[in-house]
Design a protein around this ligand. Structure first.
Ligand SMILES: Nc1nc2c(ncn2[C@@H]2O[C@H](COP(=O)(O)OP(=O)(O)O)[C@@H](O)[C@H]2O)c(=O)[nH]1
Ligand SMILES: [Mg+2]
Length: 304
C-alpha cells in the first residue's frame, strides 16, 4: 500500500461525510440549478468547512455557470486545493541550532504525543533533540514525556511537578546549547484558555526564550483536536490573540468526520496547518500538503 492510499484510508470518516454527502447530492440531479447549489452549500457547512469557505466554493460554480453535476465535483475539489494552497506553510527552522519549537494547546489535544512523534522523526533525520518538560501542572505529563524521550532518544529536561515552567525552559535551553542540539521542543500545560494564568505562563516562557536566545522561539505551534470541530476555531482565536502562533498541528483526523474544519482554520484564521496527526503511532504525524490532502479526500474508497 502506498503512502497516498494510506492517507486516504486514515481520512475515511471525513471522506464519508464530506465527499460521500456531495456524491449523494449530485447523483440526484440531472443538471445544475440554484436549488442544487443551495443544498450543496448546506452539505459543505454541515461538514464543518465553515460558511465562508462554503460560499467561496459555491460562488465560483455559480460564476462559471456550470451545467453538469459531475463537473461540479471537480470544481469543488479544485476550489478546495486553491483555498488550502493559499495558506500553506512548512516548518520554518534555522539551520544553526538550537531551533526552538514551542507546542501549545488545551489539554488532551495531543501536544505530548505530537512532541514524541516529532522528536522521533527528527532523530531519524539525524537531528539531536532536547525536550523541555514545561507542562509541570500534572506530574503524569512529565512521565509521559520521559517515556517518549527514551523511545526517541531525545534528552528530556525536567523539574519536579509544580515547578516554574519558565525555569524548566531556561534550563532546557542551556542544555540544548551545551549539547549542541539541533532542536529544542517545549511541551506546555493546557489548562483552559479561560484561566488567565495559562496565557501569562506561556508569555513568560516566550520572554525567557526571546531574551536568552534572540530570534527564538522559531515556531509556536498550536495543537488542535479535529474532533472538536468548530470549537477549535475558538481556541485558535484565543491563542493567536494572546501569545501569537506561527502554525497549527491538527490532530486526530483519523477518528473524526469533522476533518472539514481544516478549511475553516486555513481560510478564516489564515494560519497555516503545518502538520497533521492521523493516528497514535510515530508515522502518523505528517507534514501537511494541500494538494495531497484534498486528493486523498477525493480518492475513491478501496472497498468501493
Ligand atoms: N487517534 C489519534 N489519537 C491521537 C492523535 N494525537 C494524539 N492522540 C491521542 O490523544 C490523547 C491525548 O494526547 P496527549 O498528547 O496526552 O495530549 P496533551 O494533553 O495535549 O499533551 C492520547 O490518548 C493520544 O494518544 C492522533 O493524531 N490520532
Ligand atoms: Mg501533555
Amino acid at each position: 500500500m502506498n503512502f497516498f492510499t494510506k492517507l486516504s484510508n486514515k481520512l475515511l470518516r471525513t471522506k464519508g461525510k464530506l465527499i460521500g454527502d456531495i456524491d449523494t447530492l449530485l447523483s440526484r440531479w440531472k443538471k445544475v440549478d440554484p436549488a442544487l447549489l443551495d443544498e450543496l452549500e448546506e452539505v459543505l457547512i454541515s461538514a464543518d468547512t465553515g460558511v465562508l469557505v462554503a460560499e467561496k466554493l459555491i460562488d465560483k460554480i455559480r460564476k462559471d455557470k456550470m451545467n453538469d453535476p459531475a463537473a461540479v465535483k471537480e470544481a469543488i475539489k479544485e476550489g478546495m486545493i486553491n483555498i488550502l494552497t493559499e495558506h500553506e506553510g512548512a516548518l520554518n527552522l534555522p539551520d544553526a541550532g538550537p531551533a526552538v519549537v514551542v507546542i501549545v494547546g488545551v489539554n488532551g489535544t495531543g501536544k505530548t504525543t505530537t512532541i514524541g512523534k516529532l522528536s522521533e522523526r527528527l532523530r531519524r533525520e539525524g537531528k539531536k533533540v532536547v525536550i523541555a518538560a514545561a507542562d509541570t501542572f500534572r506530574a503524569a505529563a512529565i512521565e509521559q514525556l520521559v517515556i517518549w524521550g527514551e523511545r526517541s532518544g531525545a534528552t528530556v529536561i525536567r523539574h519536579t511537578g509544580g515547578a516554574d515552567p519558565a525555569a524548566v525552559v531556561f534550563d532546557a535551553l542551556a542544555a540544548a546549547k551545551a549539547r549542541g542540539a539541533d532542536i529544542l521542543i517545549v511541551d506546555t500545560a493546557g489548562r483552559l484558555h479561560t484561566k488567565v494564568n495559562l496565557m501569562e505562563e506561556l508569555k513568560k516562557i516566550r520572554r525567557v526564550l526571546e531574551r536568552e536566545h534572540p530570534g527564538s522561539p522559531h515556531e509556536i505551534l498550536l495543537v488542535l483536536d479535529a474532533t472538536a470541530g468548530q470549537n477549535s476555531l475558538v481556541q485558535a482565536r484565543f491563542f493567536s490573540r494572546d501569545i501569537g502562533i506561527t502554525g497549527i498541528v491538527l490532530t486526530k483526523l483519523d477518528g473524526t468526520a469533522k476533518g472539514g474544519i481544516i478549511f475553516s482554520i486555513m481560510e478564516e484564521l489564515k494560519i497555516p496547518v503545518k502538520m497533521i496527526g492521523v493516528g497514535e503511532s510515530i508515522e502518523d504525524l505528517r507534514d501537511f500538503h494541500a494538494k495531497e490532502f484534498v486528493e486523498a479526500l477525493f480518492e475513491p474508497s478501496a472497498a468501493g
